[in-house]
Design a protein. Structure first.
Length: 309
């Protein structure tokens, strides 16, 4: 992996009259970047500091590249096996079938099913499927009066209720199926929150360490109004990063996109509505951008080489 970050130390600089503009991250991480005017000698010192910092944090980065995905995968699997999921399938008199899912937490899961002529049925599953799991339901008439509740065992994880009209005819039916494990949406949300909990301290630690090493070299430097625009920074990044780093970025984006695409396909094959797969679609979009970005850098790199030739 030698040379992975080769050339990155040159990216924050831009040649201007009399010297260079050095554009550094905000010391507080968030906020506008800081821009300093530096001479050729100062540029070499700062670039050397950046290069040495990256060399020092390389072992930490490589450990994090292995440890963070393992913690993210293990934590997501642990969250996925917590609680339970209640799948509710409704079948009306015409045979039309609709279904939805909801989480079963430590206090159970509650809801209602619409019945005929303004009536409904309230239900409550007391826990994820198990030996002592029950489902309690009560009919609510058109005036809002709640009838006497009934409780049946839900150990098998499946119960069917028939909703009848005033003449005793079956208006529609509701089938409740429980399983151990969280809903797909809950799993994706937990994975995102866990990812933030892992990556934010990792990125923060690198930023604090980098700024601490850089601070003595920029503390007395004069500020400048000159700046490196986003377009200039992107072109500089494309031209100066190593091929290895570019390949790692592209491969990482492609793998993430493939994983999210598989999750989306599995959901569509299971007839899950897109409205219930927002997190999968979000992940697909973000990983798609992560895959397209290196491709754009390659194009900019090739254009710069042609222009130089």
């Amino acid at each position: 992996m030698a040379g992975l970050y080769e050339g990155v130390e040159e990216i924050p600089f831009k040649k201007i009259d009399g010297g260079y503009v050095f554009q550094a991250n905000n010391a507080w991480f968030f906020g506008p970047k800081q821009r300093f005017f530096v001479s050729e000698t100062q540029k070499l010192e700062i670039a050397a500091c950046i290069k040495e910092t990256m060399r020092r944090i390389k072992p930490f980065v490589f450990v994090a590249m292995v440890l963070i995905p393992l913690l993210l995968l293990g934590g997501t699997l642990w969250f996925a096996l917590q609680g339970g999921t209640l799948n509710v399938t409704l079948t009306d008199a015409s045979g039309k079938v609709t279904s939805y899912s909801q989480s079963i937490g430590s206090t159970g899961s509650s809801g209602s099913v619409a019945g005929p002529t303004g009536t409904s049925v309230l239900f409550h599953v007391n826990a994820p499927p198990g030996n002592n799991t029950t489902i309690t339901y009560a009919r609510v008439d058109a005036s809002g009066k709640i009838g006497v509740p009934s409780t049946v065992a839900f150990a098998s994880g499946s119960t069917k209720l028939n909703l009848t009209d005033s003449k005793g005819g079956i208006f529609n039916s509701a089938t409740f199926v429980g399983r151990i494990g969280a809903t797909p949406g809950t799993i994706m949300l937990d994975a995102m929150l866990l990812g933030l909990a892992l990556f934010v301290p990792y990125i923060g630690a690198i930023h604090v360490y980098s700024m601490r090493r850089l601070r003595p070299l920029i503390a007395e430097l004069p500020l400048t109004d000159a700046r490196i625009t986003l377009a200039e920074g992107t072109k500089s990044f494309a031209a100066k990063i190593s091929v290895k780093l570019l390949a790692v970025m592209g491969l990482g984006g492609a793998l993430a996109f493939a994983a999210n695409a598989i999750n989306l396909i599995e959901g569509l094959l299971a007839n899950r509505p897109l409205a219930g797969m927002e997190m999968v679609l979000f992940g697909l979009g973000m990983s798609g951008l992560a895959m397209v970005y290196p491709a754009c850098l390659i194009i900019l790199r090739m254009r710069a080489k042609r222009a130089a030739a």
